[in-house]
Ligand binder design. Structure first.
Ligand code: ATP
Length: 269
């Protein structure tokens, strides 16, 4: 049984409050762990059986590109570090976790990383489908706009009936900003995240329109009445209005777009 939109937003706010918090919070009893290996960051989240976040750790990293692991050793090291932090905070031993992958890419890339980091893999489900399972959705599409890719999952009565992924995401917006202002990728990324520059949305608009074209193709011919946006790129101020206008459908953005997929992965069990 999925959760309501309000419930999920409260859980996301809770995850955000404890993000990268190493203060001890001893936990007894069962828990589930999710690891989101993204193109821009790796997130490990631990939730209790009711899906409430107990620990959440994020490290920015360039270990995956377009669904391909470009720094396997780096990814394994990050997962080990995040596991250690979560173990220290909760006073538990973490031996297993669920993970995810962009639709259409090889799930073994993610499972190999977890296994090499010493974890048994509980479940491995594509990113937008994880969000689809978390929320009780009907006639809706989850669009996960991460760093490197945009993935769509179409849901009917809580079941994923289609999912696909294409290599366009926040990284492309950062490259446009870098080109416009003559900045390095890193500097452009900082400028994008600062969120105090109204020209960013204008610079991002062509990439966002391209992403809307991708989504329009994904949902064409399917009964989709609303769009749920997920992924870090959906933190961009004004993205909701762009999608609403381009796709002609109601669009919802969660309170913490960066944490929705990690929460959904951790809640898979
Ligand atoms: P993918 O889903 O492609 O594998 P990922 O899982 O690493 O990548 P996310 O963590 O969902 O992706 O999102 C990362 C992207 O979100 C990056 O491009 C980052 O620049 C962007 N991002 C994060 N925070 C913000 C923000 N506040 N404003 C704009 N973009 C943001």
């Amino acid at each position: 049984m999925g959760k309501t939109w309000q419930e999920v937003n409260l859980l996301l706010d809770q995850a955000d409050r404890i993000l990268n918090c190493e203060d001890p919070a001893p936990h007894e009893g069962p828990f589930h762990v999710g690891v989101d290996l993204g193109t821009a960051d790796v997130v490990l989240m631990v939730v209790d059986p009711r899906g409430r976040p107990l620990a959440a750790f994020l490290e920015w990293a360039q270990v995956v590109r377009d669904g391909v692991v470009v720094d396997f050793v780096g990814a394994v090291d990050i997962v080990r570090r995040l596991v250690e932090k979560a173990q220290a905070r909760l006073g538990v031993e973490i031996t297993r976790a669920s993970t995810s992958f962009p639709p259409g890419t090889d799930p073994r890339l993610s499972t190999n990383i977890l296994e090499t980091a010493g974890l048994d893999v509980d479940r491995v489900v594509d990113e937008p489908s994880c969000v689809g399972h978390l929320l009780d959705l009907d006639k809706a599409a989850v669009v996960d706009i991460g760093g490197g890719t945009t993935g769509t999952a179409v849901l009917s009565r809580g079941r994923v009936i289609f999912s696909d992924d294409e290599p366009t995401g926040g990284t492309h917006i950062t490259l446009v900003i870098a080109g416009r202002y003559g900045l390095s990728f890193h500097e452009a990324e900082e400028r994008k995240l600062a969120a105090d520059d109204p020209s960013i949305l204008d610079l991002a608009r062509p990439t966002l329109q391209r992403i809307c074209d991708i989504v329009a193709n994904h949902i064409a011919g399917r009964d989709v009445r609303r769009i749920i946006l997920s992924g870090g790129t959906c933190c961009l101020e004004g993205i909701e209005a762009v999608f609403t206008r381009e796709l002609g459908l109601p669009v919802k953005v969660p309170s913490r777009p960066l944490l929705l997929t990690p929460l959904a992965i951790a809640s898979l069990a």
